[in-house]
Design a protein around this ligand. Structure first.
Ligand code: NAD
Length: 481
């Protein structure tokens, strides 16, 4: 059951006011298929009202606020998030089907984003540039103005933290369109932002369907910058819409990220990272390590250790805090199941047992580990976005690099080896946005710039880099003789 909330989850937040929309949508608990509540089905008119409110905020109190005070608002918001970690985690578990401990970690990460960007808000500045005699030249870092944020369902809190947090720090006014499958923590975040003292209109939230509210936001001529995380197909549509208005867009579109295990790797250290980076959030993670490349001499050892770990995992409803919960929806379950059916006779190394006590209407999928498979196999090329990993054998370092770089994506890579020179060579040779050496993910890393190349997208969020992305540079050249 949904806990009592300090706002009506069927409302939108526009210009500091919670209000109803003409129509609503059911929000489903993927652990058991029950309806949690109704949420707003925002229309293009609602989105337009939100963009107008954001413009007013930029022209009003929010636009006039100093960087120091913006930072203080964010820091207070971080504290409110910390004060409500249990509620946020419960909401995410119910809404996303994310095991409670993982949902709690996301809530703490959201607080950390607010702290980080709160502290950074008044530390981003321009430069003076030596120029011709008689000139003083300097640059100003300014907000874009009104930023649009289209967020998916897999990590709502973390993605809101990294994009909305950085955008607010730079003084942008935001319009947030959370996913129709999971928007409760976005609404709770907006409620907490009000408590933290953000002026009306600085943050507006319009839940609803992608094809309706999302599309209206992406196309809106009043948006100055778009941040999108989700599928390649939708990212292409958002980029086209941004192109019509000639505004910058940050795209984070997922991947087919490898972890590469050499025969000198510390396998005891590597094992939990190899498995958990594939199964965390039931594999619905943009940076999931869905391909494990293993040097032939240790292939059997790695395969049998990973298979054992798969068989030991526990699947269950998210609020019972299992290792693995359901997928986000029955639609996503059907999508993943179709990939698995297409796999046919691909060698299967292990499955996690599905308890027969699971609610029938839950969106559960049995985690599967395949291997050895060829690098061009569809399971090794397509982003499945479910609890599926493949093991690919390789012989030489050159083979490993070629296979790792051999997909349309380039988000994250992990390298397991004790050889320092090889670590450095691979860090340079891998085509992606982040390389982790003898770890994977580095604990989340709010501070670490994140983003991809190729079909994984472009632009960087997280860390200081996001503050540059959510601002624009103005050059001032003053001639004074
Ligand atoms: P999606 O890309 O359709 O949805 C992501 C967000 O975009 C949601 O808020 C959605 O409402 C919005 N959206 C949808 N259509 C839109 C449009 N035409 N214009 C503007 N916004 C729109 O993703 P999905 O359908 O929820 O999931 C499909 C697949 O996408 C998944 O199986 C997975 O492969 C991938 N995915 C990737 C990520 C990631 O983090 N990389 C996240 C979610 C989904």
């Amino acid at each position: 059951m949904l806990p009592t909330l300090p706002f009506d989850p069927s409302h939108v937040l526009i210009n500091g006011t919670w209000r109803a929309t003409a129509a609503t949508l059911p929000l489903i608990n993927p652990s058991d298929g029950t309806t949690l509540c109704q949420i707003a089905n925002s229309t293009a008119d609602d989105v337009d009202a939100a963009v107008t409110a954001a413009h007013r905020a930029r022209e009003g109190d929010w636009g006039r606020m100093t960087a120091l005070d913006r930072g203080r608002c964010l820091t207070r918001l971080g504290q409110h998030v910390l004060d409500h970690v249990d509620l946020l985690a419960k909401l995410e578990a119910l809404d996303v089907g994310k095991p409670l401990a993982q949902a709690r970690a996301d809530a703490i990460a959201l607080a950390r984003y607010c702290e980080f960007y709160g502290g950074a808000a008044d530390k981003v500045h321009g430069e003076t540039i030596p120029y011709l005699d008689g000139y003083t030249v300097y640059t100003l870092r300014e907000p874009h103005g009104v930023t649009g944020h289209i967020v998916p369902w897999n990590y709502p809190m973390q993605i809101i933290g990294r994009s909305v947090g950085a955008a607010l720090a730079m003084g942008n006014a935001c319009v947030l369109k959370p996913a129709e499958d999971a928007c409760l923590t976005a609404l709770m975040f907006a409620h907490l932002a009000q408590k933290a003292g953000f002026p009306d209109g600085a943050l507006n939230v319009v839940p609803g369907l992608g094809a309706q509210a999302g599309d209206a936001l992406a196309r809106h001529p009043g948006i100055h910058h778009l941040s999108f995380t989700g599928s390649v197909q939708t990212g292409q549509a958002v980029q086209q819409a941004a192109g019509e208005n000639v505004v910058p867009v940050t795209l984070e579109l997922g991947g087919k990220s490898p972890q590469i295990v050499f025969d000198d790797a510390d396998l005891d250290q590597a094992l939990p990272f190899l498995v958990n980076a594939g199964l965390q959030n039931a594999g619905q993670t943009c940076s999931a390590a869905s391909r494990i490349l293993v040097q032939s001499a240790v292939f059997d050892d790695v395969a049998s250790r990973m298979a054992e770990a798969y068989r030991a995992k526990v699947i269950g409803p998210a609020t019972e805090n299992p290792d693995i919960g359901p997928l986000i929806s029955r639609k996503q379950k059907d999508r993943v199941t179709a990939f698995l059916e297409a796999a046919g006779t691909t060698p299967l190394l292990a499955e996690t047992p599905l308890p027969d006590t699971l609610p029938e209407q839950g969106a559960y999928v049995q985690p599967k580990l395949f291997g050895p498979i060829a690098p061009d196999h569809s399971l090794a090329q397509d982003e499945i976005f479910g609890p599926v990993q493949v093991l690919i054998p390789f012989d030489t370092e050159a083979d490993a690099v070629r296979i790792a770089n051999g997909t349309a994506y380039g988000l994250v890579a992990g390298v397991w080896t004790q050889n320092g020179a090889r670590q450095m060579r691979l860090a340079k040779a891998l085509r992606c946005g982040q390389v982790f050496i003898n770890n994977y993910g580095a604990g989340g890393g709010v501070e670490l710039p994140f983003g991809g190349i190729g079909k994984s997208g472009h632009g960087r969020e997280k860390g200081f880099e996001a503050l540059y992305g959510f601002s624009t540079l103005k050059t001032v050249a003053a001639r004074h003789g």
